[in-house]
Design a protein around this ligand. Structure first.
Ligand code: ARG
Length: 261
């Protein structure tokens, strides 16, 4: 009798272990909240992420994240915050992915893991068309003040000391958002704004009197960030992203938000 009981218990343990390992590895167990994919972002970056009229979110990153979530059987939740906070959220395990037109660079690679790239970003310079201070990229060296968004690569490059290719921190102002930096440019508080090309296009469209210099300041890769060491989630997100790139879904989303010309 005792033997049968022991055998039965062992069998039960085996069944439990097997069913546990069958659930393990599902995306649902890898995320901050069961069944959800939390994306931290800074929805102040058109056309990648922005707040809709009804308070919801839209943009290339939001839609691509939605497609990834769908593939993983998860529901996308967009957590909107400051840009630096969005990067920190994924590092601290408060979000599953950070997606915010994030440029992959060495510093960030040391603190988080990244998927393959899904887009190219180009840092450009916005000026007032009649700007006396800046008319070409060479004038940046003599610009009194350069506007940027806090925590972004635009800020990072510009604030390097001149001997490292920047203009020095004293010449760079970090604003909470790109839109606020552009308002500062319009108000004459800075001489130019260094920001990613796509939002730059949107700001120039929306504000007469602004222009983008045709020199590319830096060319970068955008990718999705995942908490360092969360290899399983990284692999699943990367696989889903790869499929969406391969079948043209990502391009379709890009075309919806970026009209050529
Ligand atoms: N590509 C730049 C960076 O990674 C700017 C990204 C800003 N994104 C945003 N959603 N505000 O630093």
């Amino acid at each position: 009798m005792k033997k049968i009981l022991t055998a039965l218990l062992a069998l039960m343990a085996l069944v439990m272990a097997l069913s546990l390992s069958a659930c393990g590895g599902g995306s649902g167990d890898l995320t901050v909240e069961k069944g959800k994919l939390h994306m931290s972002t800074n929805a102040e970056f058109p056309p990648y992420e922005m707040v809709k009229g009804d308070g919801g979110f839209e943009g290339i990153d939001v839609e691509v994240a939605g497609l990834i979530a769908e593939k993983l059987g998860l529901e996308l939740v967009v957590d909107d915050m400051g840009f630096t906070a969005a990067l920190e959220a994924v590092q601290n395990g408060r979000s599953d992915i950070a997606m915010a037109g994030i440029t992959v660079n060495e510093d960030r690679l040391a603190n988080m893991d990244f998927t393959d790239s899904y887009a190219t970003g180009v840092q450009v310079v916005i000026i007032k068309a009649d700007s006396p201070a800046v008319q070409s990229i060479d004038d940046l060296a003599s610009a009194a003040l350069i506007g940027t968004q806090e925590g972004t690569t635009g800020y990072i490059y510009c604030s390097y000391p001149p001997e490292e290719g920047g203009y020095g921190e004293d010449h760079v102002v970090a604003y909470e958002t790109g839109a606020v930096a552009v308002q500062a440019l319009l108000a004459g508080q800075v001489d130019c704004v260094v920001i990613d090309n796509q939002p730059a296009q949107e700001y120039v469209k929306a504000n007469p009197g602004l222009e983008i210099l045709d020199t590319e300041f830096a060319v970068e890769d955008y990718a999705i960030a995942v908490k360092k060491g969360n290899t399983q989630l990284l692999e699943q997100v990367n696989k889903a992203l790869g499929e969406l790139i391969a079948d043209g879904s990502v391009q379709k989303v890009v075309d919806k938000y970026i009209t050529a010309g």
